[in-house]
Design a protein around this ligand. Structure first.
Ligand SMILES: C[S@@+](CC[C@H](N)C(=O)[O-])C[C@H]1O[C@@H](n2cnc3c(N)ncnc32)[C@H](O)[C@@H]1O
Length: 238
């Protein structure tokens, strides 16, 4: 975002209070994420609350959200694993207002933030807190789990890990630790014919393909961004 646009957001957030504007500007100049300073972030057409400490949703996840919505029936059920601010869950609900959409996250700040964005968010590890009546009934599981390979954490923008928790990003040696767990437990949660959609990067499609096949997934769809970088994978439970 251009500096002038950031300044406009800070001015709007301060609402004419010059002392507050000074405090907000100092926070931003220290490198704190703009969304934490203003308390808001856009995700497509949605305007979301983002509390300090909560992962700021990225526009790069919008294609994943759109693909997940396209696979969710009007009155269906979906799960947003690792929901953070609830961005993907909220966009599914916006696209399919009659669907039941649940989000899970291990960070209580994220759960509270997602709830403030209208998401039915529950606290806990991956699928553990999913209500029993949804087991085996989900049409869609979508997730932006931590998937950055540990050695690549050092390559994140300079301020990222000064402010944000590494647990939002760190996916283990090749980035697939949490992705593999998300794949392994998905068949317990999805109905047959339901879809699992994961944000991934690098060579992670090739790394995950054997696990997806082993757990009964087929009809793989791997997509890339305009730079040719792998951004996601979708698969159907057979
Ligand atoms: C990369 S952020 C994605 C947040 C959100 N889906 C988005 O795209 O804006 C990852 C989130 O996963 C959560 N998380 C990390 N490990 C988890 C686990 N084992 N179970 C549930 N949530 C987890 C973190 O707290 C963080 O909110």
């Amino acid at each position: 975002m251009a500096a002038t646009e950031e300044a406009e957001e800070l001015i709007a957030r301060a609402g004419g209070d010059e002392a507050l504007l000074g405090v907000l500007a100092e926070r931003r100049l220290s490198g704190e994420p703009l969304a934490w300073v203003t308390g808001r972030a856009a995700f497509g057409d949605l305007e979301l609350r983002v509390e300090p400490g909560v992962y700021v949703p990225r526009w790069q996840s919008l294609p994943l959200a759109r693909r997940a919505a396209a696979r969710l029936p009007a009155g269906g059920c979906a799960l947003d694993l690792c929901t953070g601010s609830g961005a993907l869950a909220a966009s599914l609900s916006a696209a399919r207002p009659r669907a039941r959409v649940v989000g899970t996250d291990t960070d209580p700040r994220a759960v509270a933030c997602a709830r403030s964005n209208g998401v039915d968010a529950v606290h806990g590890d991956l699928y553990a807190p999913v209500p029993g009546e949804l087991h085996g009934a989900l049409d869609v599981v979508v997730a932006v789990v931590p998937y950055v390979p540990t050695p690549d954490l050092a390559l994140l923008p300079r301020d990222t890990l000064r402010f944000e928790d590494a647990s939002h990003y760190d996916g283990g040696p090749d980035g697939t630790d949490v992705l593999r767990r998300a794949v392994a437990d998905a068949p317990r949660m999805l109905r047959r014919g339901g879809s699992l959609l994961l944000e991934i990067g690098g060579e992670q499609a090739e790394l995950l393909e054997p696990a997806l096949a082993r757990y009964g997934f087929g009809a793989l769809d791997v997509w890339a961004d305009e730079d040719g970088e792998t951004r996601g994978v979708a698969a159907v439970l057979g």
